[in-house]
Design a protein around this ligand. Structure first.
Ligand SMILES: [Zn+2]
Length: 255
């Protein structure tokens, strides 16, 4: 049995011992799980909040240094709650299901057949779109908590057999992005990220992973640092984009 098969078998055994849960409502996933990753009760909400097409419009964000930016969902409702639970360290195991949703929603992977299995992506099998996956570093690292972008990157790396690299770091002395105006965010973020001197990304196509893309300031600044370290192009991907929901997707409370 090849190493990858062992890992698959171990994951399925772990899913049997520790059943997977719906990232949107925490219900145990059974044989009727939708695409192996969420419960049937969340199907309508998952569909409503899906970001189609996954490419983010430049009119809603401010991007530079990026090839493109992609997201699976709008940052609202149950998607927002799932991300917050993951980020605050209460339910880090949701990261696996959320990364699998990214693989299906953004790159069109064939969904997993049941909980604990992996989505399959033929697109990456013969010729990977990216040479490595890089997570956006946390602004304030918490001891013992790897951070949601790193968890997502690791899962996507396993799905596609692509290495995860962590060349980026947060430059000390820069303010947190939250609470700043759009202009201040762009200016603050530009100085906030850099690549380690030892990082060599020469000639690499990089997939930069974050949990949420808001203004685009963070992913653009990270992309710039990666390009300076030799990357040839950088695509950003997130679980969700913080954008105004299209009218047809709003519920009565969101109108
Ligand atoms: Zn659910």
């Amino acid at each position: 049995m090849r190493a990858l098969d062992w890992r698959c078998a171990a994951e399925q055994a772990a899913a049997w011992l520790y059943p997977r849960r719906c990232p949107f409502c925490n219900e145990l996933l059974g044989a009727d799980a939708v695409q192996g990753t969420f419960c049937p009760a969340c199907k309508a909400e998952e569909e409503r909040l899906s970001h189609r097409p996954p490419r983010l419009p430049a009119t809603e964000h401010h991007f530079y240094a990026l090839q493109s930016a992609l997201a699976a969902y709008y940052y609202s409702g149950t998607v927002r709650e799932a991300i917050l639970l993951c980020k605050r360290g209460f339910h880090p195991w949701y990261a696996r299901e959320l990364a699998d949703r990214m693989a299906v929603r953004i790159w069109g992977a064939t969904p997993a057949s049941c909980p604990g299995r992996r989505p399959q992506n033929e697109l990456f099998r013969d010729m990977p779109l990216y040479h490595c996956i890089v997570p956006v570093p946390p602004h304030q690292p918490q001891p013992g908590l790897p951070g949601l972008p790193l968890l997502l990157a690791r899962r996507l790396g396993i799905l596609w057999g692509i290495p995860v690299e962590t060349p980026l770091y947060t430059v000390r002395g820069t303010a947190a992005q939250k609470g700043l105006s759009r202009t201040d965010r762009m200016e603050n973020a530009r100085k906030a990220y850099a690549c380690r001197k030892s990082a060599d990304l020469s000639g690499k196509r990089v997939l930069l992973v974050d949990d949420i893309i808001t203004t685009g300031a963070t992913v653009s600044a990270c992309a710039l640092a990666l390009l300076k370290a030799g990357a040839v192009d950088v695509t950003a991907a997130a679980i969700a984009a913080d954008e105004e929901l299209p009218k047809e997707k709003r519920t009565s409370t969101e109108k």
